[in-house]
Ligand binder design. Structure first.
Ligand code: ADP
Length: 399
């Protein structure tokens, strides 16, 4: 069976998986971590076994070389790579769907790096290295922003001088698009009319956002020109009065960039709880009676609910609400706190179904009285990247 190597390159890490584009679990998956440091290592997970190897060439090239070496030295395994799918965070206005990578596409990805200075350069590096080492295979880019290119201008524009949009492309782009597209497609398989209905999705992980989906298309989302806008997150503040940036910079005698770093890296659940950015640790502290942990969780849930209600103004009805991402899939506490705050929309959670929602599976957790079906659907961005890559390769294959 043909398979795709899915690559998600960060500045100091590289996650990978070999998938066949079906619901089958990845044949091989793993992560190279601490790239650029002397402690860098790569972990391979195959058939339930985990092996960790130090990376002597501790950069992205070293990581992709190690993956190639692993595949070559396990040549008896049924691995049949036909393409490579790359996750790319920012596609700007250039990319509204996944594309086969050629030199023009690579230039476009580099151009979008001004809005994703940490991510896009790392993706470009990953693509160049993978092209050098797997030059005989087609490479495809799948963008986090692409799904939201369907937003209308009255949603994606910021109410600032139009000139700034015209001259600099300053606008809302939105992220987590691959996850939202996966969820929309999965939901469509669960009921006859679901593909044409209206859905709110809360993707709640360390990064968190919401999306309103109308008949499979994104009509509004909470993240903006960068992933800082919108919900309170693990370490990001989410939306706040922009004047605060100047106040923090003045009060702390730091640059705007350093003040922005505080909003990106020291805020959110971490900033309020002063415990961790990790929801599990905060829930444990809350259960032990920690008031600040309780406050952090309430703020997180309150802001998520507000943004869900806000993007819902772009829908005529809310037929479904879907929770996904590490927190959305695994935290009954957060789901309950959010749904309680959406009671005015006729959202009614089945408390028991919410508690016993099985890990890693689709489940419906709404009460019969609810106007809206509430779902937990595990996301699978890697699968969608593999599927897009397979389908683009099929489209471009010579007759
Ligand atoms: P990202 O992909 O944005 O890095 P994830 O989607 O992996 O993040 O989600 C990570 C978050 O999910 C962390 O805050 C983690 O604590 C939370 N999480 C995972 N499992 C649970 C759980 N059982 N209960 C509560 N939170 C959980």
């Amino acid at each position: 069976m043909p398979q795709i190597l899915v690559v998600n390159c960060g500045s100091s890490s590289l996650k990978f998986a070999i998938m066949d584009g079906t619901d089958n679990p990845p044949i091989l998956e793993g992560i190279a971590e601490r790239l650029g440091s002397e402690h860098s290592a790569i972990t391979f997970k195959y058939a339930g076994n985990k092996t960790v190897q130090p990376l002597h060439d501790n950069d992205h090239r070293g990581a992709v070389t190690a993956i190639k070496h692993w595949i070559n030295s396990n040549s008896t395994l049924p691995i049949n790579l036909v393409g490579i799918g790359h996750r790319v965070v920012h596609g700007g206005e250039t990319f509204s769907q996944s594309v086969v990578i050629n030199p023009t596409v690579l230039e476009g990805i580099i151009d979008c790096a001004r809005f994703a200075p940490l991510h896009n350069p790392a993706h470009t590096k990953g693509i160049e290295v993978a092209q050098a080492l797997f030059g005989d295979l087609p490479h495809v880019a799948v963008f986090d922003t692409a799904f939201h290119q369907t937003l209308d201008a009255d949603q994606y524009l910021y109410p600032i001088p139009m000139r700034l949009y015209r001259e600099h492309n300053f606008r809302k782009y939105g992220f987590h698009g691959t996850s939202y597209r996966y969820i929309a497609q999965k939901l469509a398989t669960l009921g006859l009319d679901f593909a044409s209905q209206n859905t709110l999705v809360a993707h709640l992980g360390n990064g968190a956002s919401v999306c309103a989906i109308k008949a499979g298309k994104s009509v509004d989302t909470s993240m903006g020109i960068t992933p800082l806008e919108g919900l309170m997150m693990g370490t990001r503040s989410g939306s706040l009065d922009p004047s605060l940036l100047a106040f923090i910079s003045d009060a702390e005698n730091i640059s705007m960039k350093d003040a922005l770093d505080i909003l990106n890296k020291e805020s959110g659940l971490k900033g309020i709880s002063e415990i961790s950015n990790d929801c599990r640790s905060i829930e444990t502290a809350q259960a032990a009676g920690d008031d600040r942990a309780e406050l952090a969780l309430n703020m997180f849930a309150s802001r998520a609910a507000k943004h869900l209600a806000s993007v819902a103004t772009n829908l005529e009805s809310v037929d479904h609400i879907v929770f996904t991402g590490g927190i959305g899939e695994n935290s009954p506490v957060i789901r309950e706190k959010i749904c309680r705050r959406l009671a005015m929309m006729g959202v009614w959670l089945d408390l028991h179904a919410n508690q016993i929602s099985p890990r890693g599976e689709v489940s419906m957790i709404s009460d019969n009285r609810s106007n809206t079906s509430i779902w937990v659907i595990p996301t699978n961005e890697e699968l969608l990247i593999a599927q897009d890559t397979l389908s683009l390769i099929a489209d471009t294959a010579p007759e």
